[in-house]
Design a protein. Structure first.
Length: 69
């Protein structure tokens, strides 16, 4: 719940205050640690990179996982 609240506050700031076009947002536990908190990663992406982000993968916990090991 905290990650969704944080995302809901940060995305509009990126768009309005910094003029960024937010095309994709991935929110979740992608890497665990014993520390409390969150991280934000921002990258410039073209259509090819966006297509690759949505390609099936066997990477654990990635939002577009395919059946695999």
């Amino acid at each position: 719940m905290e990650l969704m609240i944080t995302t809901g506050k940060i995305v509009p700031k990126l768009q309005v205050e910094h003029g960024l076009v937010v095309d994709r947002v991935y929110t979740g536990s992608f890497m665990t640690s014993f520390l409390l908190g969150f991280s934000i990663s921002i990258m410039k992406a073209d259509p090819v990179i966006l297509q690759q982000l949505h390609a099936p993968t066997k990477a654990p916990y990635w939002p577009v996982a395919a059946d695999g090991w």
